[in-house]
Design a protein around this ligand. Structure first.
Ligand code: CA
Length: 510
């Protein structure tokens, strides 16, 4: 690497008065940048350097937008630390025009396929998993016990089945089951069981006395005969319960074992985009590359979801014009309003995001984080907005309103019906789900190299100019097809690193 390249800082937009240090060890005080600016202090990787003198109350501009206002004067070459920036007010939700710019989406992308499991309802799975749903936390021990026993004793007999998974959660009793907000966790549990990777063969383990009646969790594809109650008086002791659950499970395994992969168009992919443990590179390398791949999926006729309300809130005025209909724009604004009120009730606001790790990675506040976060939505038209725990309804790009919390967002996207998860990280998280493959994209090579066996794709070379956003976007697109086909195993599956399902419960606990 030449000296000039080495000392290049990244200026995302020509209007920006800050640049980002790309050097993995940061840059030292006294370093002269290519543009002649001399650093006034040491600046760590991912952090911002002032490209111009910034007076108190002057805007700090990155991504071409105001990410904050200077609290004190910042001179050219200084580190623009978080403590020097004031958080601006969020966009006023009542003054955003609902005018939808009818964007002409570019030519369709044809000829891309993957090997998936086609279901009776038309959806396509990327894995073949027996899901054991539960109506209440009380039964989670039995569900885990049965899932383990199935893996050891039954799966060898049914080689086409990949896994047996207990869909445990903390809901089901001790809650105000009829409170309006209870619909969120209830539909989430029900819809998770409808995820395409379970092939409509889910059984439900209930206790018997819980508030959430297991009958509320079955749907057209399964019936009340798929419900198993621990308190069923036929059972004398635990062993008989285990045997009963195993018998019910085996009936489903027989059907799942008949599922075979077949060639399906890329339009059957339902991709959930998420980021977690973000740093300043997330928004310039991995998220834009993921956005490029999202555009490819949409052009191929597939479905993409992006989420994380608190990371969209400060960019919502940029997203509403991308909706295809004023109703969709209104739904997007309403989802922000709902969350503003939800946070207010808890005496919090959007400044509760970012995390200390985000700040350590160079992200000063939620505005800066949001501008990087929405890059993973690509440039397609937003065709729908769904509430937390609802199922996706349309092909194309959907905003699925969820909290930004990694486990909750993932759980809700699972309920929405994703069959492929893309997860972007800059600080590093071992995030994984046992129900759906999670492709982890590293935003910087320092992390991707250190976590060589935990990260699936390194978007870091974009920062050094060795690869373009388009190149990494195509790599991710091809990786999605290979992973969906079962040809490539993601790191979290290879290592068995899987997170728990975590429900979003905005309702009262009793
Ligand atoms: Ca997240």
């Amino acid at each position: 690497m030449s000296e000039i390249e080495k000392h290049t800082i990244i200026q995302i937009n020509k209007a920006d008065n800050v640049g980002i240090v790309a050097e993995s060890n940061g840059l030292r005080e006294g370093t002269m940048l290519k543009n002649g600016i001399v650093l006034k202090q040491d600046i760590p990787m991912g952090h911002k350097v002032a490209l111009a003198d910034i007076m108190p109350d002057d805007p700090v501009i990155k991504y071409g937008v105001i990410i904050g206002y200077a609290k004190i004067s910042i001179t050219k070459g200084e580190w623009v630390e978080t403590s020097k920036i004031m958080l601006p007010s969020p966009p006023d939700l009542d003054s955003i025009s609902l005018h939808s710019a009818k964007k002409h989406d570019s030519d369709p992308l044809e000829g891309y396929t993957f090997e998936g499991y086609r279901n009776r309802d038309g959806s396509v799975g990327t894995r073949n998993v027996l899901g054991i749903s539960t109506s209440v936390q009380c039964v989670s021990g039995l569900a885990e016990h049965v899932a383990r026993k199935i893996k050891h004793e039954l799966l060898p007999k049914y080689p086409n089945v990949d896994d047996a998974v207990a869909l445990n959660h903390t809901y089901g009793c001790g809650v105000a089951i009829n409170a309006p907000a209870a619909i969120v966790p209830i539909r989430t549990i029900k819809n998770i069981a409808q995820n395409p990777n379970f092939g409509g063969e889910v059984l439900v383990i209930g206790l018997g006395c819980e508030k959430l009646r297991p009958e509320r969790l079955v749907s057209d594809s399964n019936g009340e005969s798929d419900i198993f109650y621990m308190q069923d008086e036929r059972f004398q002791g635990f062993q008989e319960m285990v045997d009963g659950a195993m018998e019910l499970a085996e009936a489903h395994l027989k059907k799942l074992n008949e599922r075979k992969r077949e060639t399906c168009p890329a339009s059957e992919l339902v991709v959930g985009m998420q980021c977690g443990g973000s740093d300043a590179f997330s928004g310039i390398t991995a998220n834009p590359a993921a956005g490029y791949a999202a555009d490819l999926i949409v052009k191929a006729g597939g479905s993409v979801m992006f989420s994380e309300v608190t990371e969209v809130r400060d960019a919502v005025h940029l997203l509403v014009p991308r909706t295809n209909d004023p109703e969709v724009g209104k739904a997007l604004i309403d989802s922000m309003k709902w969350y503003d009120e939800y946070l207010q009730q808890g005496q919090a606001d959007r400044s509760a995001n970012p995390t200390p790790g985000n700040v350590g990675g160079g992200l000063s506040n939620v505005v800066e984080k949001a501008m990087g976060s929405i890059a993973k939505s690509g440039t397609s038209t937003i065709v729908d907005v769904i509430g937390p725990g609802e199922r996706i309804r349309k092909k194309g790009l959907t905003f699925a309103a969820t909290p930004a919390s990694d486990f909750i967002c993932g759980t809700l996207q699972l309920a929405a019906g994703m069959n492929m998860h893309v997860f972007i990280t800059g600080r590093g998280t071992p995030y994984g789900l046992s129900m759906v493959p999670v492709i982890k994209v590293g935003s910087n090579s320092k992390l991707s190299n250190r976590w060589y066996d935990l990260i699936d794709l390194d978007a870091g070379p974009i920062a050094t100019g060795k690869k373009s956003i388009e190149e990494v976007g195509w790599e991710l697109f091809h990786m999605m097809l290979d992973v969906a086909s079962g040809k490539t195993q993601v790191a979290s599956d290879r290592l068995g690193l899987h997170n728990d399902l975590v429900l979003f419960n905005p309702g009262p606990i009793t």
